[in-house]
Design a protein around this ligand. Structure first.
Ligand code: PEP
Length: 263
């Protein structure tokens, strides 16, 4: 964590929680973290919630008077038109979203999101003033083979032009080793820091020194209240992308407190 960048905890609810669960979640969050509600200045870290697409409007209404940011887990590769089932970046922006998660390994692995589609999603997001959170990360075989760094650099290189455009606003990259997502097996904080430093170095060399300095780098993979501070205290890690543990508002509150405690 570096005091020049605004730290961020991002909750990725994936395909979980129903209407009533979300109402209860927001009530509990309000009771646990009153500083995120009301008119005082927004506290740190920033909190971003990415619910399923169909509940973005509900979340926006429940958190209208709060400092909590909202994001989408997906935007279409297409601007609009005859694309049954798709939701465009313009629609997501219209719902008041600030961010969109792009390139998550579940979408790469289960829904054929290749580099070209990821690139188009980033472009769509940027055209509609959404900040993309680009997820990168290696599988277990690559990590064991010792080429995790090269693998992640190649993922970044495949998105060079969209990342150059994104850097004019703010680059947000989540390092999420695939073997750590939803497995309970989190990466060692030193390894996550090493990868974050490599990502920052890549941005500095390939985009600009200013973009490298300003980029917000998140770690994701089995983050929970008991381990979040290990990541947050690393110099190049500015926050976390959290799946499973973000589904419980009390755990989310504990993680926010833990991060606020080391700022
Ligand atoms: C994720 O889905 O981005 C993630 C990191 O999940 P989990 O925290 O459950 O490992």
């Amino acid at each position: 964590m570096n005091s020049k960048r605004r730290p961020l905890l991002a909750a990725n609810w994936k395909q979980n929680l129903l209407w009533q669960d979300i109402e209860e979640y927001c009530e509990t969050l309000r009771a646990e973290m009153p500083e995120y509600f009301g008119e005082d200045e927004a506290p740190l870290p920033d909190l971003l919630i990415c619910p399923p697409l169909c509940y973005l409007g509900l979340l926006g209404a429940l958190l209208e008077d709060s400092h909590v940011l909202s994001g989408s887990q997906l935007v279409s590769t297409e601007d609009g038109g005859a694309f049954t089932g798709e939701v465009s970046a313009a629609m997501v922006a219209d719902l008041g979203c600030d961010y969109v998660i792009i390139g998550h390994s579940e979408r790469r692995q289960l829904f054929s999101d290749n580099e070209e589609r990821i690139s188009r999603r980033i472009q769509q997001a940027l055209e509609h003033d959404l900040l993309p959170i680009l997820c990168v990360g290696e599988d277990l075989e690559t990590r064991r083979g010792g080429s995790a760094g090269e693998y992640v650099q190649a993922q970044l290189a495949a998105q060079l032009e969209p990342l150059r455009t994104a850097a004019q606003q703010e680059l947000v990259i989540a390092y999420e080793p695939i073997w750590a997502i939803g497995t309970g097996e989190n990466a060692a904080a030193a390894d996550a820091q090493q990868m974050a430093a490599l990502i920052r170095g890549w941005i500095t060399s390939n985009i600009s020194a200013a973009a490298g300095e300003a980029a917000l780098l998140l770690y994701g993979g089995s983050v929970k209240p008991g381990n979040i501070s290990e990541y947050f205290t690393q110099p190049d890690i500015d926050g976390a992308l959290i799946g499973g543990a973000s589904l419980n508002p009390r755990d989310m509150a504990a993680m926010l407190r833990s991060c606020a405690g080391v700022l």
